[in-house]
Design a protein around this ligand. Structure first.
Ligand code: HEM
Length: 773
């Protein structure tokens, strides 16, 4: 291609040494309609995530964005990155196809997903009612009934194409119910909606374009007929009758053109996305048999498994935005008028955001942070309906057909397009004689409660076996835990902890083993004389061979990459995370010093290992030997680029906090395992408003409600974990208003900057807060 016509910034981009073209070989070869992308989009752009996360594709005429932070940043800013081209045909249409569409008066217009502000948000707000969790709960019985009926049809056959025999039609029927249109004409609709996908996101040949145009034209006319039918009696249930009723109140916001276009786009939005997501999920789980078996054994894992499937193998592989002003994406200059293909499926496998991203881990605690539903003000309105359907499908199939297998040797085909992705067929087989319901008919009456909305990570434990119990100091044991099946455990980074369920209580312990060893976790536990059960249980009950339920790993105490010198301070058993961090910095050749404080050497856990591995950098502070750590002297001089990482008794942490008051606010990083005062007392709290800048909503927080709960009730997803202000998962950006911080995550300077808050516990000082959600 000629460099004159290339929109890439030639000055800032290195040219190919061979061709002299500023477009790299990977970018030149990128083909989203090719086999590699169709089979596995995130894998096909792995090279880009690694080496060139924002590139111009000359063959597509789009800039392609593949890393998590960049994709999310584009979704967030719907002014600089307009959604107006989301439904534009990605392949130019032939004159004949245009003529065909004209014959049908095809006039697909803006709906929601491709509408700019200021039109979009008022419309979204007016039409949100049927999507709230309360209203969605009414749809569960029909989802369950349909799923059962379809499974009944093939359960005794022994072989089925799950797409043809269930996963395509159930979401279609649910979509029609949700929209409030009659159930008739399903077979025709099926053909139509595929045509719409190819028409919008595919590359049909000139001959195919005509057939596609015929079907799209018929779909358009059908949609118009249904709207007219509903207009005559808009009293029924469903989103379309609701929209028609709202049109009477807000005729300028809910226009005729919107209604007709949405009737068609709504079916596709609600149907194909979900059908494909279900097929992808079943395929993924059956390909990862041990994961499938785990779901069969513990259906409580299903809500998070749905998120993990959407993350790993979602049904919307990429989305589009139009650049409205010269800007940069991931530091790369991109001109006004450029079109972006934001590959959200690639973002979902970005190791910079998700640990071990290619592994399917149904216990992953940030699985819900996937971008398959988009993000920001246009984020999928139907996400909770889709989640409900996927949960019910997985629940019914794992319970009734746990012995399901993929038919070996089948080749999976995909409708070639950039965005909507799911196998066209999914052949499975099983032995009907082994169907559990034959020997246990009561099985059909059991069911798992559906979780409407984002799953919590509570209850996502895995059962590990105690491999060793080794005394490592007075009243301290080192426990080695292993996966009984020998399967690899999720990877972890220094500073991470796991949570053990110990009888009635659960307790968090930092990992102190080798992160490279994926077969076991190691922790060290001090017997606390005041223990309410946790450490007592560990010391008295855990023996080699004992099973223990473990959650995590999770990390709220990470090393900051930009630290030039690390001051590690450990008090007593606080050595555990500090040792893993010091090991990592030592292995990387970083600069550090390690201060280990204890009453006597006999009480200092893992001391031999610490001495062996960190001898030259180690400062032992043994109080019985009169060698207490002088924190004031240690922190007398603030040094640029130095951070203090500390874990230990509260007394030590408070002393460090006081002694570092003259240091930059984020210099001291501490690990907390407990917090106080997260119980809400409505008698002393006040109500306040949240203005959500990205979503354009105002949400009231009642005195007895957390910000997190109020956001969820308004259908805004915020991931959360501990819900006690400890972990930092539920952080939200604050754009205005003063925050009453009640967490222990943020540093002093982060609190005073007032730009973020933990929504599970922190509140507004005044009458309102503006959040960047
Ligand atoms: C928007 C994905 C199911 C209705 C979107 C967007 C994506 C998406 C990527 C654009 C987000 C953005 O631009 O930030 C999915 C997936 C689904 C699913 C993966 C299933 C797994 C549904 C269902 C419905 C629905 C079941 C309806 C009942 C909508 C609507 C929008 C939308 C109305 C436009 C929202 C707006 O622009 O304000 N969806 N969707 N979706 N989706 Fe879904």
């Amino acid at each position: 291609m000629s460099t004159e016509s290339c929109p890439a910034d030639h000055v800032d981009r290195p040219t190919d040494p061979v061709s002299g073209c500023p477009v790299s070989a990977g970018a030149a070869a990128f083909d989203p309609f090719g086999d590699a992308y169709q089979a596995d989009p995130p894998e096909a752009v792995r090279w880009s995530r690694d080496d060139e996360p924002v590139f111009y594709s000359p063959s597509l005429g789009y800039w392609v964005v593949t890393r998590y932070d960049d994709v999310k940043a584009v979704f967030r800013d719907n002014t600089t990155f307009s959604p107006s081209i989301a439904l534009e045909k990605i392949t130019p249409v032939s004159d004949e196809a245009i003529a065909t569409l004209e014959r049908y008066d095809y006039a697909m217009n803006r709906t929601l997903v491709n509408e700019d502000e200021p039109e979009h948000m008022p419309r979204r707000r007016v039409l949100m009612g049927p999507f709230t969790p309360d209203r969605l709960a009414h749809h569960e019985p029909i989802v369950r009934r349909l799923t059962r009926e379809y499974v009944d049809r093939f359960v005794d056959v022994g072989k089925a194409d799950l797409v043809d025999e269930m996963l395509w039609e159930v979401p279609l029927t649910v979509a029609l119910h949700f929209l409030g249109v009659p159930e008739e004409d399903m077979a025709t609709l099926r053909k139509y909606s595929i045509a719409h996908t190819v028409n919008t996101w595919g590359r049909p040949s000139p001959e195919e374009q005509l057939t596609v145009a015929e079907n799209v034209g018929k779909f358009w006319q059908f949609a118009g007929t249904v709207v007219e039918k509903l207009r005559r009696d808009p009293s029924g249930d469903g989103w379309m009758p609701y929209s028609i009723r709202k049109q009477r109140e807000y005729p300028d916001i809910i226009t005729d053109s919107y209604l007709h276009s949405m009737m068609m786009a709504g079916i596709v939005a609600a149907h194909e996305t979900t059908a494909n997501a279900a097929a992808n999920a079943l395929k993924l789980l059956l390909e990862n048999r041990t994961v499938w078996d785990e779901l069969c054994a513990d259906p409580g894992l299903i809500p998070n498994a749905v998120e993990e499937c959407l993350r790993h193998s979602g049904s919307v592989a990429a989305w589009r935005r139009l650049v409205t002003a010269d800007t940069t994406v991931g530091g790369v200059p991109v001109p006004a008028g450029a079109k972006l293909l934001i590959v959200n499926s690639s973002a979902n496998r970005d190791e910079r955001h998700f640990e071990d991203p290619d592994t399917v881990d149904v216990r992953r605690d940030n699985a819900t942070e996937h971008l398959t539903f988009g993000y920001g003000s246009h984020q999928c309105m139907g996400k909770n309906l889709a989640r409900m359907e996927l949960q019910v499908f997985l629940e019914e199939l794992t319970r009734r057909l746990p012995h399901l297998d993929l038919v070996p040797g089948q080749r999976f085909s995909y409708v070639p397009n950039t965005s909507f992705r799911g196998p066209e067929h999914l052949w499975v087989q099983w032995d009907p004689a082994a169907n559990p319901e034959r020997s246990e008919p009561g099985l059909l009456d059991t069911r798992q409660p559906v979780r409407i909305g984002e799953p919590t990570t509570r209850g996502l434990s895995r059962t590990l076996t105690v491999e060793r119990v080794d005394p490592t100091a007075r009243d301290v044991v080192e426990i080695t835990l292993a996966e009984p099946t020998g399967a690899a455990l999720p990877s972890w980074s220094p500073g991470a902890h796991i949570e053990l369920e110990l009888g009635e209580v659960s307790r968090q312990y930092s990992l102190c083993g080798d992160p490279e060893d994926r077969s076991r976790y190691r922790i060290a536990v001090l017997r606390d004389p005041g223990s309410r059960g946790g450490s007592r249980y560990v010391h008295d009950e855990l023996r080699p061979g004992t099973s223990v339920a473990v959650r995590g790993p999770r990390n709220h105490f990470r090393l900051d990459a930009d630290t030039r010198h690390h001051v590690f301070v450990a008090g007593g058993i606080g050595i555990t995370p500090i040792l893993a961090m010091a090991d990592a910095v030592c292995a990387a050749g970083g600069s550090y010093e390690l201060h280990y404080c204890g009453r006597s050497t006999g009480t200092m856990a893992l001391l031999d290992r610490v001495r062996r591995d960190h001898g030259p950098r180690l400062h032992e502070h043994v109080s019985e030997a009169g060698d207490r750590l002088d924190v004031t002297a240690l922190l007398a001089e603030p040094t640029d680029g130095t951070r203090i990482y500390a874990c230990g008794p509260q007394r030590l942490l408070s002393a460090l906090d006081g002694a570092s008051a003259h240091w930059p606010g984020d210099a001291l990083r501490v690990e907390h395992f407990t917090t106080a005062g997260h119980e809400l007392d409505p008698a002393v709290e006040h109500a306040f408003d949240l203005t959500l800048a990205d979503s354009g909503l105002t949400v009231r927080v009642a005195p007895d409600q957390t910000v997190l709960a109020a956001l969820r009730a308004a259908n805004i997803d915020v991931p959360s974990d501990c819900e006690e202000g400890l972990c930092g998962t539920c952080e939200a950006p604050v754009l205005g208003g003063e925050v009453d911080h009640r967490d222990v995550v943020l540093t002093r300077s982060e609190r005073s900057a007032g730009t973020r808050m933990m929504t599970c516990c922190s509140r507004a000082c005044g009458a309102s807060l503006t959040l960047g959600l």
